[in-house]
Design a protein around this ligand. Structure first.
Ligand code: SF4
Length: 377
C-alpha cells in the first residue's frame, strides 16, 4: 500500500510580517477562526475519498501560524483526520509554531493529539532582525519555546533561519547558526530572504540594505560547513538533519509523491493531477458548506511532465538519483533528450555524475533555481 501526505493550511497570524506573501491574515475575531475550522473539518471529511486505499504517512499543519489558534482546534483537526483517513503505524504529525503564540498548555494538547514533530519559526536569534522583519516574537521567546519542547521529550524539533537579511553581517549569521545548534534542535531549515511583491518590504526594497548574491552564497557555504561540522547531515538544498531526523513530509514533496491539501489555497497532487482550493476564506467556507469544492487551479500532468518534475525535485536531495532507479520507480524509460540536458549540466559543473548517480555539485547547490527553470523549459 502506498503512503501519502496531508497538508493542512491554517491561514491566521497574530500580525503580518513585513516580508510575507503567504496566504495568511490577521483574523477579525475568534468567530472567523471558528467558522474556518468548521469548514476545514468538512473539507477533511469530503477529501477523504482522495485517500481511499492508501495510508497517510505524514500530516503537516502549516500556515499562517497553526500555533496561533486555540489548541483545541488542532486537536479537533487531528482527531477528524484520524477518523477519515487510515494513518500508518508511525505517522509523522508535524506543526509549525511561532514562539510568540506557544504556551505549555498548548504544547501538552499537541502532544496528547499525537504531534511528534515541531517546526519553530525562529528566523533569527537577534532582536534587531526580528524587529526589522516585523516578526511578532523576540529571541528569548524562541529559546524558551525550543527548551520547552525539549523538556517535554520532543525528539523532532526543527528550526527555520533566514539569511541575507538587510545589514546582516557574516558574524551575525554565524551567531544565529551557533544559537540554533546550541539549542539542541534536530533539524535546521535555511531560507534566503526573498523580496516578494505585495509586501511592505517590496515597497521599501530600494531602501533596504540587501545582501547581494555573492554574500548570500558565502553565508550559505558558511552554514553548510558549520552545520556539517556539528553533525548535521545536509540532505536537501535548504535542510540539515541529525541522523534519522529528516522531514518525512517534505520528502514526499521532493520525491514528487502524492499529497492531499486541506484548507484555503492548499494544493493537492493526486493521480497525476495537481489542483488547489480557493485561497479566499469566504469562498472556501461557502464551498465547504455546499459540500462541493471547485478547483481554483488544476493541471493534469502528462507522464513526460511528471517525469521532468520528479527528476528536478529529486535533484534537491543531496543523494541525487540514478537513472536506473528512477526508471524502475516511474516505470518508464528516461528519454535521451532529458539525459542530454542532464549531461550538459554535468559538463558545466552544476551536476556531478558519480557511480551512475546524478547529484548537485557545490556550485549547483547555489544555482538550483536556474538549473530547475532551464531544465523545465
Ligand atoms: S508568521 Fe509566517 S505566515 Fe504569518 S505573517 Fe509571518 S511569515 Fe507570514
Amino acid at each position: 500500500m502506498k503512503s501519502l501526505g496531508i497538508y493542512v493550511h491554517i491561514p491566521f497570524c497574530v500580525k503580518k510580517c513585513d516580508y510575507c506573501n503567504f496566504n495568511s491574515q490577521v483574523p477579525a475575531d475568534s468567530q472567523q477562526i471558528k467558522q474556518y475550522i468548521n469548514a476545514l473539518l468538512l473539507d477533511i471529511q469530503l477529501s477523504s475519498v482522495l485517500g481511499q486505499n492508501q495510508e497517510v504517512g505524514s500530516v503537516y499543519l502549516g500556515g499562517g501560524t497553526p500555533s496561533f489558534i486555540a489548541a483545541k482546534y488542532i486537536s479537533l483537526i487531528i482527531t477528524r483526520i484520524r477518523q477519515c483517513f487510515k494513518l500508518t503505524v508511525n505517522p509523522e504529525l508535524a506543526i509549525e509554531v511561532n514562539p510568540s503564540s506557544l504556551s505549555e498548555q498548548k504544547l501538552l494538547v499537541y502532544q496528547q493529539a499525537g504531534i511528534n514533530r515541531v517546526s519553530v519559526g525562529a528566523q533569527s536569534f537577534k532582536n534587531k532582525y526580528l524587529k526589522l522583519l516585523g516578526r511578532p516574537h523576540n529571541p528569548r521567546q524562541a529559546l524558551i519555546a525550543l527548551k520547552m519542547f525539549k523538556a517535554h521529550g520532543f525528539a523532532n524539533i526543527s528550526v527555520d533561519l533566514i539569511y541575507g537579511l538587510p545589514g546582516q553581517s557574516l558574524a551575525d549569521w554565524q551567531d544565529d547558526l551557533q544559537a540554533a545548534v546550541d539549542s539542541g534542535v534536530s533539524h535546521i531549515s535555511l531560507y534566503d530572504l526573498v523580496i516578494e511583491k505585495n509586501t511592505p518590504f517590496y515597497n521599501i526594497r530600494n531602501k533596504l540594505k540587501l545582501a547581494d548574491n555573492d554574500l548570500q552564497g558565502v553565508m550559505y557555504k558558511k552554514a553548510d560547513n558549520f552545520l556539517i561540522k556539528n553533525k548535521f547531515k545536509h540532505y536537501e538544498i535548504s535542510s540539515f538533519a541529525k541522523k534519522g531526523r529528516e522531514s518525512k513530509h517534505n520528502l514526499i514533496y521532493w520525491n514528487n509523491l502524492e499529497y492531499i491539501g486541506l484548507g484555503a489555497g492548499a494544493y493537492s497532487y493526486v493521480k497525476g493531477e495537481r489542483f488547489s482550493k480557493s485561497r479566499d476564506l469566504k469562498q472556501y467556507q461557502q464551498q465547504a458548506k455546499k459540500a462541493k469544492f471547485k478547483h481554483y487551479s488544476s493541471e493534469v500532468l502528462s507522464s513526460r511532465k511528471s517525469l521532468e518534475e520528479t527528476l528536478i525535485l529529486r535533484l534537491r536531495l543531496l543523494g541525487g538519483f540514478s537513472l536506473e532507479n528512477m526508471e524502475k520507480a516511474l516505470e518508464q524509460k528516461i528519454p535521451q533528450d532529458i539525459i542530454q540536458v542532464l549531461n550538459q549540466f554535468v559538463n558545466q559543473g552544476f551536476i556531478l555524475l558519480r557511480n551512475n548517480r546524478y547529484k548537485l555539485s557545490k556550485k549547483g547547490l547555489l544555482h538550483y533555481d536556474t538549473i530547475a527553470s532551464e531544465f523545465l523549459s
